[in-house]
Design a binder for this molecule. Structure first.
Ligand code: SAH
Length: 355
């Protein structure tokens, strides 16, 4: 039994079932026992791996995409270059290396990382030791001004609430106790907040997930881009208006059940890109959602991959080609992962994206 299992059990015994969102939030970010608060979860030694950890090309291409938008918007002499949920800092390091040659870009950038975990902040500090970096807890605390931002596999780590349509109306999934063990259950009928559009055509048995943190953060990003300019690229796994139970737990590169080892497995849920787009469109323009593979190909991954391959041979070359394939192939991350861009209505969408 993990420490968090004990904490949840005594809390639920005292005051009743908790929402899935409370459960997920504590599992991931409990200051002492939370998953991200206590470890570096990435890479082959960790529980899962992400696109920037698979290949440097991911960050290079996104970095050049942001820099091109910055040039198109008249190269503002001061702007916030932000990443939310930067993990090991690899994506930001690749963005900065790729944009070194873009005249004025680094001088104008106030590098800002939004990171909740102190363990990961330390790793980012080391990785980005050559740069001046500000760490903040929430994007709302970023300096004002044009905002050029990336988020990869950040939104999937935010706590969701889950609602199930029953004969009697919507019930919420909660975590309670059955025979003294943690178990999922359903609340009495509740009023489902937000997502008006999801109430239409709902059928008994439908499951709808709502992530209010994701919409609040997107709202903040889009408001800044609408007011000051900039561009945000959001990449994650999920879909447009995804339906069903998408909560998953991963430990040591394998799926486990979400209640099995709270705080010791990575809990995520698919990102609802429609919900993010609705939040952003109130303030500014949003691109069409496209698959990650399409985005990277439009940004020139094939050419970049060939260039890097020239200096490689044997096992290194093989690994490089495998990594390229993992990022773009439909059977790998190419279609499961999607991307949208948020940008000012007065400009073109960032390279690779369309209106
Ligand atoms: N973008 C990285 C890491 C993704 S993992 C990559 O692609 O490799 C999710 C990241 O988001 C971790 O750095 C985690 O600590 C951070 N995180 C999770 N919830 C957060 C929150 N509410 N606020 C800020 N950071 C958060």
């Amino acid at each position: 039994m993990t420490k968090l299992t004990e904490i949840f059990k005594s809390r639920i015994a005292k005051s009743g079932p908790i929402s899935l969102s409370d459960y997920m939030g504590e599992c991931l970010l409990h200051p002492k026992h939370g998953y991200y608060a206590t470890r570096d979860p990435f890479g082959s030694e960790g529980d899962f791996t992400t696109s920037p950890e698979i290949s440097q090309m991911f960050g290079e291409l996104l970095g050049l995409c942001l820099a091109q938008s910055w040039l198109q918007q008249g190269s503002p002499v001061q702007f916030v270059l932000a990443e939310i949920g930067p993990g090991r800092g690899t994506l930001m390091a690749d963005i900065l290396r790729a944009t070194k040659g873009v005249s004025g870009f680094h001088q104008a950038a106030e590098i800002t990382l939004v990171e909740a975990s102190n363990v990961l902040r330390d790793i980012q500090k080391e990785k980005l030791a050559a740069y001046t970096v500000n760490w903040i807890d929430h994007i709302a605390n970023a300096p004002t001004g044009p905002l050029f931002l990336v988020a990869n596999e950040f939104f999937d780590a935010l706590p969701i609430r889950q609602y199930v349509m029953q004969d009697s109306g919507w019930s919420e999934t909660h975590v309670g106790l059955v025979d003294g063990e943690l178990a999922f259950g359903l609340s009495e009928a509740v009023d489902m907040p937000n997502l008006e559009s999801r109430r239409e055509n709902a059928r008994v048995g439908d499951i709808v997930e709502v992530c209010s943190a994701a919409t609040a953060i997107t709202d903040e990003i889009a408001a800044r881009i609408g007011q000051f300019g900039g561009a945000a690229i959001i990449v994650d796994y999920g879909d447009w208006r995804s339906l069903g139970d998408t909560l998953q737990a991963m430990r040591d590169h394998k799926f486990v059940t979400p209640l099995e080892s709270p705080g010791e497995s990575d809990l995520t849920a698919h990102v609802d890109f429609e919900a993010l787009s609705i939040a952003a469109i109130n303030h500014t323009a949003v691109s069409k959602m496209i698959p990650q593979g399409t985005l990277l190909e439009r940004l020139g991954i094939n050419q970049r991959s060939e260039m890097l391959a020239k200096n490689l041979s044997g096992e290194q070359l093989e690994n490089h080609q495998k990594a390229h394939n993992r990022l773009t192939a439909p059977t790998e991350m190419g279609t499961l992962f999607k991307a949208i861009a948020i940008y000012p209505p007065s400009t073109q969408p960032p390279a690779g994206f369309s209106e």
